[in-house]
Design a protein around this ligand. Sequence first.
Ligand code: SAH
Length: 369
Amino acid sequence: MTKPPQFELLGLNLQELMSLTSSLGQPGYRARQICQALYKDRISTLEAISTLPRGLRQRLEVEGYRAGFPIPARRFQSIDGTVRYLLKLGDEETVETVWMPEGDYSEEGDGVENWKRSTICVSSQVGCAVNCQFCLTAKLGIKRNLTAGEIVGQVLAVLEDQAVAIDKDRINLVFMGMGEPFLNYENFIKAVRLLVEEVGIPQSRMTVSTAGIVPRIYDFGKEEIRPRLAISLNASNDDLRTEIMPINKKWDIEALLDAIREFPLRNRERVTFEYVLLAGLNDSLQNAAEVVKLVRGIPAKVNLIALNPGPGIPYGTPEDDRVKAFQDHFIANGVPAFVRRPRGRDIFAACGQLKQTQELVTVEHFPFI
Ligand code: SAH
């Protein structure tokens, strides 16, 4: 007997659930109940939606619907409290999601106790097509886009595993995991809307990072509900940027900055520029001076990340004092700059390290590169 097709309820918005319930001859409030069960109660099966009459649950099941979020297949715990989750998707692909609590470290060295806020780093694709030379995820090539349900599902899986009470606990989201969110734009934006409207995480506590997919930056500026914007700049001039981020051939620094200058920032909002420091390549004071010039006039802040090393990554990590000198140059020129503390390096959970646990596949380049 062939299995009936499976339709995921997770990822549907209220409007879509309304049309589903009405097509089954059900009143509109049933859609609300399903929404509540999926996104607030974090139910893991259709059967568990106890607000629905048994008959309706059975009907949905017969029609091939299922509910629930991805199951953590593995969980790697760092000494700094970071947890890297390997989540299993319906088609046996896996995706990684990272939990980064801030708080008091436990004496046993097995995590953070009494965390006061926490950040979840969310993936948008399985693998990545952008091929940045310093990033491990790039080695996988692109396997596929995640659906909106799979993007939201990562957050729900981690919230559930960490027993988060969304109304009480302070949760930030960064769309900075595997993949390029702006190459999976529709699903990414749909997931954001569900996370804001149904899960209940404020958009002001979300940040999306892009390698610089310029047309989508313009689209993103028109969204009513949107996270804050971060740009992976990583180089101070086009030659250098093209060398380490081939996507710069398609959209160079000038095109990128044009889009950012036109970006409608909200009250007190700044654009974040991320800059991975590669020893001896882009970490001189001359480079810092060039970046200061580039961002002049843009309400910006700079996040500096010393390279997180990985197998096959042909660059080195600069010494702390070199990173500090680079940072000081920004501060002296009135540009706020922060050094990002690496989280979970010991479990390969830090920036650019996701997917270490998976086999390497042939890198398929996107046609635009
Ligand atoms: N594709 C998006 C989202 C991934 S964000 C983007 O490029 O912005 C990942 C962040 O980690 C980026 O700012 C990237 O520059 C940084 N990063 C990638 N590899 C890294 C590494 N090996 N060490 C430190 N940071 C890295």
